[in-house]
Ligand binder design. Structure first.
Ligand SMILES: *Cc1c(COP(=O)(O)O)cnc(C)c1O
Length: 360
């Protein structure tokens, strides 16, 4: 067996320790005689798995008691609709910050339910930066302010939690949740699909402040109502049990590796090595404003883009895969989530140096 360093933006690498544990427990989970996939979601075995996952993520993120943690389906994309459905509560406006492709999708979906006020946009800068906060137009009649804490495609990341000027703050953290410590108490809702930094596809974590639930239009489908999910402990219907279990193993892995402070320090080091390599040569460049460069998704461009295919195939020969940039940005993109080992970064940096030597 030979595993590659997979720089995919998502689904993406999982920690090897997690995959090994899942393999060991595949046929017989802890003496139950069953695979987790075969268990009733209401049986005591699975309920213990579900409760442990919740307790672990509460501990890791220091989630206050007045927040519920929901384990939902439908991806972050469903949250683009659930957020306005649950939070408008009679208001007609919502504020959104537009920092890239995922913000745009959230804005477009919210437009079905609300008058969207784009408080700030970096579209004119091709989404390579984040507009200065003192320029944001925040309407005090809006129900909430939404932002994308890390733009997975553009590689732009908020380094601080923005000031929402009193509005309920909502964040799509799909591609940087659990990569750094955040103060959950500053938010009304945090949501994230699992498949970037937490587990396999099919499950979405939603952290919602209790007082924001339970005030939806009567026509709202139960499956889109946070309060209904909270009331049934995310088991209104059959949840994605195996994804929930694997996500729990990832939480445990983070705990065993020193928690978020240690993970964050490692992420700063990993991203730093890669940006140093990019900035240290004229052969490579980063399109992103240095103040907002993502620690998770690192786009970079070759000065001579006719070498792109040669770069990608050479990298693949070294076991460094899925480095092709998103079509909207071009060049390369290295997604280096929590599960990317530091050795994977070192291997990529060595390859970049070697490639420059033979083609520069
Ligand atoms: C991947 C991604 C999404 C979409 O997630 P799905 O789970 O596929 O719906 C939304 N927002 C961000 C920031 C993402 O990276």
């Amino acid at each position: 067996m030979s595993r590659v360093y997979n720089f995919s933006a998502g689904p993406s690498m999982l920690p090897e320790a997690v995959l090994n544990q899942a393999r060991e427990e595949m046929l017989d989970w802890q003496g139950s005689g069953m695979s987790v996939m075969e268990m009733s979601h209401r049986g005591k075995e699975f309920v213990s798995i579900a409760e442990k996952a919740e307790a672990d993520v509460r501990g890791l993120m220091a989630i206050p008691d007045n927040y519920r943690v929901l384990f939902l389906q439908g991806g972050a994309t469903s949250q683009f609709a659930m957020v306005p459905l649950n939070l408008l509560q009679g208001a007609t406006k919502a504020c959104y910050v537009n920092t890239g492709s995922w913000s745009k999708k959230a804005i477009s979906e919210a437009g079905k339910f609300a008058e969207v006020i784009v408080s700030a946009t970096s579209e004119a800068e091709k989404f390579t930066t984040i507009p200065a906060q003192d320029s944001w137009q925040i309407d005090s009649d809006a129900a909430y302010l939404h932002y994308t804490s890390n733009e997975t495609i553009g590689g732009v990341e908020f380094q601080e939690i923005p000031d929402s000027k009193g509005l309920t703050l909502v964040s799509d953290m799909s591609s940087n949740i659990l990569s750094r410590a955040v103060d959950v108490s500053k938010f009304g809702v945090i949501y994230a699909g699992a498949q970037k930094n937490m587990g396999p596809a099919g499950i979405t974590l939603v952290i919602v402040r209790e007082d924001l639930m339970g005030n939806v239009p009567a026509s709202t489908p139960s499956m889109l109502d946070y309060a209904q999910h909270a009331k049934s402990d995310s088991m209104m219907n059959t949840p994605p049990t195996y994804s929930w279990y694997l996500m729990g193993l990832v939480f445990e892995w983070i705990k065993n590796n020193g928690g978020l402070a240690a993970i964050e320090a490692r992420n700063i080091r990993k991203a730093g090595k890669l940006y140093d390599q990019i900035d240290g040569s004229d052969f490579y460049s980063s399109p992103v404003d240095p103040a907002y460069r993502s620690r998770m998704n690192v786009p970079f461009i070759l000065a001579d883009d006719s070498l792109n295919d040669k770069f990608l195939s050479g990298a693949k020969n070294e076991g460094l895969v899925t480095l092709k940039g998103h079509r909207s940005v071009g060049g390369m993109r290295a997604s280096i989530y929590n599960a990317m080992p530091e050795a994977g970064i070192d291997a990529l940096v060595s390859f970049m140096q070697e490639f420059e030597r033979s083609n520069g």
